[in-house]
Design a protein. Structure first.
Lengths: 395, 108
């Protein structure tokens, strides 16, 4: 039976704790706000001899992910962490990690991308990596950041998947705020994630292989990309299965999409990360006033849970999608584009509107969420037409 | 050769190894780079001193040696991609690059 210890600490420290409990062979990382305390804490575990990880201090995130790729190709269990500019600097390696089918797990402390320089939360960094072939989970709370990190490792290393996975948590809001978190004992986590058996380890000298090979013009590059697409599509079932197994251990729910008050909701907000809490709070207020409000949180962004999202939203009369990231020049933010596309096949399509909010840590006050529900209410009553993209709370 | 790629052209997506790994060591000899060649090295056997510098420097191991001398059938045309390193490095200028498809210079 799993032993549980309840602690008061930050999201970053429990991500480091989850990493320690997963016992990676190699961690190669570079510090960057607001991720720094993850790798700082992990370095402390190494210094204290609490883990047997080879901790590689590198000169940049480009090198961090390169070292992770090399170590993973060698056959190691590999984890790392980054944020914002660091994730951006890793961009080419993100594709290489997924193309080489290396199950590296990386925490990303969501932070805005420059310019202007800003260290606070938005999802622009992770959304910029949404097409790199990584499995991407987002946490609402520090507890979810701990849970998602462990789930990510088991998903990534599943023989049906073998893809890298990113476990995201909101910069400062989740990474640095102190929260109440339940931690498993080490043995429970070790048993849950199991031993890693690499598929094509370079250090397996009995079965020599070459990694990083050429597949040029006329070669099978196209087929390798199709194989990657099939793998990330398969990963959806694996995320569900691993999430359900974790849920059984923890007693906490896990869904690709997590709905609240959606059974009879007329007005729905779709949201990612910590803002789901604000939305839920306001939805309860609205319910007290007789407004049928609901919240749909997308916890797994890649693979994108189209069917689950449609099932959650199909009976809503109006939907607002809240994006904490831009997709400049597109019709709206990334979550909006995918949600709206997912709803296209419904026989009766409801109005779907988009709000960009909270960029660079811009405060997400409850009155802003109230404004969203109020707009939806006006759309349903016919007193307002669905509007285009709104910068929620911007002057 | 334990990894049989002879029918690769008819492989389906699922037949290719995970992550473009090559599941066998030392098989690059089966990959022919000769088709890239636009110039081929021509060796003047009267000038050549059999110093073997071309054999050492050839990046594709396309120069053949027999009895510690440059072999009579000296060039592996399946792998020589015409880079010209041999001609550049030859200390006695015994190797010249000649365009493929042209007549070879007369051997004196």
């Amino acid at each position: 039976m799993a032993e549980v210890k309840t602690v008061a600490t930050t999201g970053n420290l429990v991500v480091a704790e989850a990493m320690r409990q997963c016992k990676p062979d190699v961690v190669a990382a570079y510090p960057i706000t607001p991720q720094t305390t993850i790798v700082e804490e992990y370095a402390k575990f190494v210094a204290q001899g609490r883990v047997h990880t080879e901790y590689v201090t590198v000169e940049s995130e480009h090198s961090a992910m390169s070292a992770c790729i090399g170590a993973s190709a060698a056959g190691a269990r590999v984890m790392t962490a980054t944020a914002s500019q660091g994730l951006a600097l890793m961009w080419e390696e993100l594709h290489i990690a997924s193309g080489m089918r290396l199950p590296i797990v990386m925490a990303n402390a969501n932070r805005a991308l420059s310019a202007p320089i800003n260290i606070h939360c938005d999802h622009g960094d992770a959304m910029g990596a949404r097409d790199t072939g990584w499995v991407i989970l987002f946490a609402e709370t520090a507890q979810e950041a701990y849970d998602n990190t462990i789930i990510c490792l088991k998903v990534a290393e599943d023989p049906e998947v073998l893809l890298p996975a990113m476990t995201c948590l909101d910069g400062f809001i989740t990474t640095h705020s102190i929260d109440r978190i339940e931690l498993f004992d080490d043995e429970t986590v070790a048993d849950f994630v199991g031993e890693y058996e690499p598929a094509n380890a370079l250090l397996d000298t009995d079965s020599p292989v070459s990694h990083g090979c050429f597949a040029g013009l006329g070669g099978p590059f196209f087929e390798f990309k199709k194989a990657q697409r099939l793998a990330i599509d398969r990963s959806k079932g694996v995320v569900e299965r691993v999430g359900a197994a974790f849920s059984e251990l923890s007693g906490r729910p896990f869904g690709l999409v997590e709905s609240d008050m959606m059974d009879d909701a007329d007005l729905a907000i779709v949201v990612i990360g910590s803002t789901a809490g604000n939305a839920r709070h306001v939805a309860k207020e609205m319910r007290a006033q007789g407004v049928k409000a609901g919240v749909v949180k997308v916890r797994c962004f890649r693979p994108f849970p189209q069917a689950e999202l449609v099932a959650a939203l199909k009976d809503a009369k109006a939907v607002a999608v809240l994006d904490r990231a831009e997709s400049f020049g597109a019709e709206g933010g990334p979550l909006y584009l995918e949600t709206r596309s997912a709803l296209y096949d419904l026989e009766t399509r409801m109005p779907v509107v988009n709000y960009i909010y909270g960029l660079g840590g811009s405060d997400v006050r409850l009155e802003l969420i109230r404004q969203v529900y109020s707009d939806l209410s006006d759309i349903v009553s016919g007193s307002a037409s669905p509007s285009g993209l709104v910068y929620l709370g911007a002057r | 050769m334990k990894w049989d790629i002879s029918s690769m052209d008819s492989w389906k997506t699922e037949d290719f190894p995970l992550g473009a790994v090559i599941p066998e060591a030392g098989n690059s000899q089966y990959y022919r780079t000769g088709g890239w060649r636009s110039d081929r090295p021509f060796r003047n056997i009267e000038t050549c001193t059999d110093c073997l510098i071309c054999w050492i420097d050839c990046p594709d191991s396309a120069i053949r040696v027999a009895d510690e001398k440059i072999a009579e059938d000296w060039l592996d045309l399946d792998h020589c991609k015409g880079c010209g390193v041999c001609a550049n490095e030859c200390p006695v200028e015994a190797i010249t690059m000649v365009p493929e498809g042209c007549e070879l210079p007369e051997v004196k």
